[in-house]
Design a binder for this molecule. Structure first.
Ligand code: ZN
Ligand code: FE
Length: 255
């Protein structure tokens, strides 16, 4: 039986641990200490680290974990990843035989230029690309790139479970309500997610179906979002990229 568990790190990061009772992989271990505690307490052997992108809050634990476990360290070919052993690019297939798992690598540039997501066993590990009710900041890429990345993730089955790297959901929903007015699913989602946080639970994983219904960055074709972009731009957006770029910029300034 394969399970996925969150290892909280820093302020709001989740490091995802996938394991059976012997072997584990970790996605985006930004900090080695909570990972070592987790693996040692369960006597798990770390077989692979999957990195989505180069930022330190996703890769900062690589060196220490690699030194202890000599695990594979898998990450985007075009980025500088500490202790990197396997470089992956779009459409690569990745096997983790110890867990009987296969992942498809999906290039998802935007937050960084080399950012990749990992899809396998109906689960998507998407780092800082698609968040619950949000998307990553455009540190290196363009709005076109990020929108294309999100659109390629939207091709996955609606039942796909979304495991992103940060607990940003409640503040993302607060913003989403300002640009996607009268979305009753969004209001219902806010109540559900608030109650999870009050019980100390992560809001993740989400599902692609729920994101399609509530995430403003996946809804740039919807009238409400086009209108929100128009209010911001003071002219009708010329295309979906312009709507997306406007919504992303509004989010940057949202308190
Ligand atoms: Zn990042
Ligand atoms: Fe991050």
């Amino acid at each position: 039986m394969l399970n996925v568990f969150p290892i909280p790190a820093f302020q709001d990061n989740y490091i995802w641990a996938l394991h059976n009772d012997r072997h584990s992989i970790l996605v985006d271990p930004g900090d080695a200490t909570p990972c070592l505690d987790y693996l040692e307490a369960r006597e798990l052997q770390l077989v692979a680290i999957l990195n989505t992108h180069h930022h330190a809050d996703h890769t900062g634990g690589n060196n220490q974990l690699a030194a202890r476990y000599h695990s594979r360290i898998i990450g985007p070919a075009t980025e500088t990843i500490p202790a990197h052993t396997e470089k992956v690019t779009d459409n690569d297939t990745l096997s983790i035989p110890e867990l009987g798992l296969q992942f498809q690598v999906i290039a998802t540039p935007g937050h960084t230029l080399g950012h990749v997501s990992y899809y396998g066993a109906n689960r998507l590990f998407c780092g800082d690309t698609l968040f619950a009710c949000g998307c990553g900041r455009l540190f290196e890429g363009t709005p076109e790139m990020m929108l294309a990345s999100l659109e390629s993730l939207m091709q996955l089955p609606d039942s796909t479970e979304i495991f992103c790297a940060h607990e940003y959901t409640l503040s993302n929903i607060r913003f989403a309500k300002t640009v996607d007015r009268d979305n009753s699913t969004l209001n219902e989602r806010e109540a559900a997610e608030k109650s999870k946080r009050q019980r100390g639970l992560p809001t993740l994983p989400s599902t692609l179906a729920l994101e399609k219904a509530t995430n403003p960055f996946l809804r740039c074709q919807e009238k409400a979002l086009v209108q929100a972009a128009e209010r911001y731009l003071k002219h009708p957006p010329r295309n979906t990229v312009e709507t997306f770029a406007a919504i992303r910029e509004m989010k940057n300034h949202f308190q």
